[in-house]
Design a protein around this ligand. Sequence first.
Ligand code: HMG
Length: 375
Amino acid sequence: MTIGIDSIAFSTSKYFLSLETLAKHRDVSYEKYCLGIGQTKMAVFPPNEDIVTIAIDAARKALSSIEDKNAVDLLIFATESSFDLSKSAGIYVHKFLGLREDCRAFDLKQACYSAAAALRLAESYAANNPRSKVLIVGSDVIKYPPSASGEPTQGGAAIAFVVSQNPRILEIEPYAGVHTDDIMDFWRPAHLDNALFDGKLSAYNYLKSLDICLERYFKNSALKLSDIDCACFHSPFGKMARKANNQSFKYKSLDKTLIYSSIIGNSCSASLFICFLSLLDHAKDDLTGKRIGFFSYGSGSVAEFFSGVVRKGYKRELRAEENQKMLADRIEISFSEYEKLYSGEFRDFDKYQNIGSVKLSKIDNYRRIYENIGG
Ligand code: HMG
C-alpha cells in the first residue's frame, strides 16, 4: 500500500515589501538581508486577506485535480497564527470548499511543525480508510516587532495538500527521526500579534535538532546518507536552510528549494512544503523515484526528519507556470504602506486586491465575515 501526497498547491498575499526598501529604512546594508539572511522580499497582508482566505485559495487549487471532492472526509488546518482560541479556522475552509457535512474539520498547533504533524497523522488515517482523502492546510502569517532582528524574515503563505492511498506526487515512507524538547526560542502569547523570540537560541536548536533527528532517522530506517537524493528544510529564512544543508548533506538542489520562500518570507507551517513545491517546479532533472528528505522544525520545540519517494507521472500534477505567475503578479508596497498594514489598525476591507476568490469583508464584534468576491 502506498500513501502520500496526491495533490498540492500554495497561495500567499497579493502584496510584498522589497527588503531593499526595508534595509534603507532600517539603516542596514541590503547585502545583510539578501546574502547574510538569504531573503529578498516579504509577503505583507492587507486587511481583507488572512490565514483563512489564502488557505481557501490554496485548497481550491489543490482540490481542482481531485475527481471526487466528496472523498475528503477529514480536514486539518495547521497554524500558529490563529485569531480565535476556540473556533477552528478549518471550519471556514470547509464551508467555502463545500465539503461534505460529515467531514471533520479542526486546527492543529505546534509552531512551524504543525503541517508535518498533520501529514504524519493523516497517513494512519488514510491507511485505515482506503477511499478517504485528507485535506491538510498549513497557513500562517508571521510578524515580529518593528526593527527586531527577525523583521526581514516576516512573511506568510498557505499550503494545501491532499493525502491518500495511491498518491500521484509523493509516497511518504513510514520511518522518521523525531525530537521534542522544551526550549524557549520563539513564542507568541495569545494577546500579542507579533512573535517574541531568542533568534540565536532558535538557530542553534534548529541545527542541533536536525543532527538528533537524522541520527534517529538513519537508525530507524537502516538507510544511509547516500540513499537520500535531495532534501527540503523548514526555511524561516534561506540562510537557515543553507546552514542545515551544509551541516548534513551539501545538496546542490538546495537552491531550487528556496526560490519561492526567498520572496515570500517565513510561512511557518507552510514553509517546508513550499520548499518541496519550489523544488518540483524548478528541478531540471526528472525526480521520479528520487528519495527526498524533509526536515520540519517547530520552535518550542518539535523537529522531525522523514522521507518520501517521488511518484512516476508527478509532473502532470504540477502547476509551475501558474505559481510563478501568481508571484510575478504581486504588487510592491512602499515602506509607509507596510507600516500602516503592519499596525493592524487600518481596516479598509475594500481598498486592496485579493489573491484568490474569497475575501475577509468585515469583522463584527470579533466575528469574521468572509465572502466570495463578486457575491
Ligand atoms: P541578526 O542577529 O540580525 O543577524 O539576525 P546576524 O548578525 O547573525 O547576521 C546574519 C548573517 O548575515 C550572518 O551570517 C552575518 O555574517 C551576515 P552567518 O554568520 O549567519 O552566516 N551578514 C552579512 N552578510 C553579507 N553582507 C553584510 C552582512 N552583515 C551581516 N553586510 C537572526 C539573524 C536569525 C537572529 C534573525 O533573523 C532572527 O532572529 N530571526 C527570527 C528567528 C528565526 O527565524 N530563527 C530560525 C530558527 S527557529 C525556526 O525556524 C522556527 C520559526 O520558523 C518559528 C516557528 O517554529 O514557529 C522561526
